[in-house]
Ligand binder design. Structure first.
Ligand code: MN
Length: 714
């Protein structure tokens, strides 16, 4: 067990002037209030805050942060009060502990929308003081290290959440070792079987590998010495998660994957020597073309700097070498924590606070006008996984964009207006289509045209969060303008019947009054609501004439608004009402049991999509309505299913037998076989709910020879 003295000694090493008495008091207090509590492992609870503090020391945090780490669970899990903490440790410690207490209450494993909202709250909380997030990461890391004491299902849930949220955040903050350890722990829990097998196979070759590593280190060290350079050279086995990821990405078996070892040279010197060392490595072994990456001249957005190269080693094997100075190494390991400066005797201070955290503020700002929380999380995730490509403006400035970025992404990165008016692009002097994928080093020049507007089909190829949200935003704006025009026409026509003029009514403020009474806020919003069919022109006209509004029961009103059909036939309820005209979207073909979202469509009632259908992001969120499945509706829905298999005789018969056995009607079936004797069968089937469909798909998957079963649109 980690002891308090170890922690104190290590803080003193990097921060000699620190306030030890505060740490001491925090430790004593935490021990007192957690006394008698136990972790799932049966150990005393105090082990957890101590380990969290230890991880914060590994990150070289100041005494305030380490103290807050020792106290992080006290408000949440003990009788300690905020007043007590303020009195004993001061405002700053209290602020951090309270921030963490709030974070602990945020639920990620909930419905998609609530999860998105939680994520937004967390970003807001951590943007107030980045140290809250660093403590949270330390807390999560220790919990992940001790996950084996948790039930299997709960462990998987925590691991998934870590993979989705915390590992990307550690990456974005540039704290490499935490990101790697989290990834590795997640992999071992979420892909247990695969991880176990991989670990065993690696273990079996350990002897040979260690011998090989020594050999390479000896060669590198002696050659560097010949040129008067000193460096610490290491060679270590990459973690399981990255080895597995590499095998998957390059579709290689472990036996064919040579670069499971990462060699690293950490030089005592400056950036120039890094290039000298690279030259030496390339003189010993032949470099693999296209694998050299210069993150020294072009650091990653999270601040990472290093040279990466791959060479062909003595046995014809691929060898990966990373070259960096000690300073670059520290920055890569500690991320933003490396930028903490300790003034002698004084308080710790983050240098370059703005530069380091600017992305966070930008991210919140950019997404704050996203009305839909689900869309928020989707766009933010894009920004948190920056696998980036570096390109140049015509004036030679460097921009980093998400890999796969197109000239449209580039245009939006320069300025929203340039994006909106992007009409064409030249890459390295040649005209290219807007969907052209940019490569490292490209020089990109955007041709703008005033009359250009963002197009819907841009959404098919843009990859950056900014471009996506801007394009959607303006498509919606156009949609809204159209609805406003339609609403204006409808109301005008209605008023003309009684000899009134809409223009006059607007001018005199009468329409504004009605809008406010209807809770629509502005005349424009009222007109748009008319255009969408959410309000009836007759009703508004009546109100403008001053007639008493007939009190319609909500049920009847809905029927008038959305159509007269007695039974929708779709098995959908809109806002709790069944008698609403609803249409199932063809693109995603939702089934009862699927999470769904509804949108008002002009003149055609409500269209129902699956909640994760990409199409819904393109629709104006104003038009969204609550929909749910009719509980006891037994309406079959048509969906399409694709079965791929080896071309085994009798397989088609087996599949159809399984489908019919469930009483499911097959509308049509098509089968084809290709030259490699792989068969593909497509069925149109009529199913009542998603549970039935899933169990049928599971059963088909179990047939020998079947390689995949997929659900397609309708
Ligand atoms: Mn904790």
């Amino acid at each position: 067990m980690l002891r308090f003295n170890d922690i104190a000694d290590r803080v003193l090493e990097y921060h000699p002037g620190c306030d030890l008495s505060m740490l001491q008091r925090a430790y004593v207090f935490s021990a007192k209030v957690h006394d008698g509590q136990e972790r799932l492992s049966g150990e005393p609870y105090l082990v957890h805050p101590l380990e969290v503090a230890g991880i914060l020391v590994d990150m070289r945090m100041d005494e305030v942060t380490v103290s807050a780490g020792l106290l992080h669970d006290t408000i949440e899990d003990t009788l300690a009060t905020p007043d007590e903490l303020r009195r004993l440790f001061g405002e700053e410690v209290l602020f951090l502990v309270e921030g963490l207490t709030k974070l602990a209450k945020i639920e990620f494993n909930s419905a998609r929308e609530r999860q998105a909202e939680s994520f937004r709250k967390m970003l807001v909380a951590m943007s107030k003081d980045i140290r809250i997030l660093l403590i949270k990461l330390a807390d999560r890391l220790h919990n992940m290290r001790t996950l084996e004491h948790m039930g299997e299902e709960a462990a998987a849930r925590v691991a998934q959440e870590t993979r989705d949220i915390y590992a990307p955040l550690a990456h974005r903050l540039g704290i490499n070792w935490i990101k790697q350890e989290l990834d590795d722990l997640c992999f071992r829990i979420l892909d247990q079987e695969v991880a176990k097998e991989l670990a065993q196979r690696l273990e079996s070759k350990r002897g040979a590998r260690e011998h090989y590593v020594e050999e390479v280190i000896a060669i590198l060290s002696s050659k560097l010495g010949d040129f008067g350079l000193t460096a610490r050279v290491t060679g270590r086995l990459k973690d399981l998660a990255s080895i597995h990821e590499k095998m998957r990405r390059e579709d290689l078996d472990l036996d064919d994957l040579y670069d499971v070892i990462a060699f690293r040279m950490i030089l005592d010197g400056n950036a120039a020597e890094v290039y000298a060392a690279l030259g030496i490595v390339h003189a010993i072994w032949r470099p693999v073309p296209g694998r050299f990456k210069d993150y020294v001249a072009l650091p990653k957005p999270n601040g990472y700097r290093s040279l990466h190269t791959t060479v062909i080693g003595a046995y014809g094997e691929r060898m990966e070498v990373q070259i960096r100075t000690r300073e670059m190494h520290n920055a890569a390991e500690y991320g933003i924590a490396a930028h903490w400066k300790y003034k002698s005797g004084g308080k710790a201070e983050a240098e370059d606070r703005e530069g380091q955290f600017a992305w966070l503020g930008e991210l919140l700002e950019r997404h704050q006008d996203l009305a839909d929380p689900t869309e928020f999380i989707e766009t933010v995730k894009v920004d948190l996984f920056p696998d980036e490509v570096y390109v140049f403006t015509p004036r030679g400035e460097v921009l980093s964009l998400a890999r796969g970025a197109t000239p449209v992404d580039f245009a939006y990165a320069i300025h929203s207006e340039v994006g909106d008016q992007c009409a064409g692009a030249r890459v390295n002097g040649r005209m290219v289509p807007l969907r052209h994928v940019l490569s490292d080093g490209d020089t990109v020049e955007i041709v703008t045209r005033k009359s250009q507007v963002p197009r819907k089909d841009w959404l098919d190829f843009v990859v950056t969060g900014k471009a996506r949200s801007r394009v959607r935003h303006s498509i919606r704006a156009v949609d809204q303008a159209r609805s406003r025009e339609l609403g204006r026409e409808l109301l005008e026509r209605e008023l003309r019947k009684s000899g009134m003029s809409l223009a006059r009514q607007i001018e005199e403020g009468a329409v504004q009054k009605i809008a406010e009474r209807q809770g629509r806020g502005s005349v424009d919003a009222l007109l748009a609501a008319l255009g969408y069919g959410r309000l009836r022109a007759g009703e508004v006209a009546r109100a403008l004439r001053g007639d008493a509004p007939p009190a319609e029961p909500p049920r009847r009103r809905r029927r008038l608004l959305f159509g007269r059909s007695q039974r929708s036939g779709s098995g959908i309820r809109v806002g709790g009402q069944s008698d609403v005209m609803a249409r199932i979207a063809r693109c995603c073909a939702p089934l009862p049991g699927d999470e769904v979202a509804g949108f008002v469509t002009r003149g055609r009632g409500v269209t129902v999509h699956r909640a994760d259908c990409r199409k819904i992001f393109e629709v104006d969120q104003e038009r969204r309505v609550d929909v749910e499945w009719e509980p006891e509706a037994d309406v079959p829905h048509k969906i399409r299913m694709r079965v791929r298999s080896r071309d085994a005789p009798g397989l088609l018969a087996k599949v159809t037998r399984i489908i019919s056995a469930r009483g499911i009607n097959i509308g049509s079936a098509r089968a084809s076989t290709n030259a490699e004797r792989l068969a593909e069968q497509t069925f149109d089937v009529w199913v009542n709910d998603v549970a039935t469909l899933n169990s049928v798909m599971r059963e088909i998957r179990r047939i020998r020879g079947v390689t995949s079963v997929e659900r397609l649109g309708g």
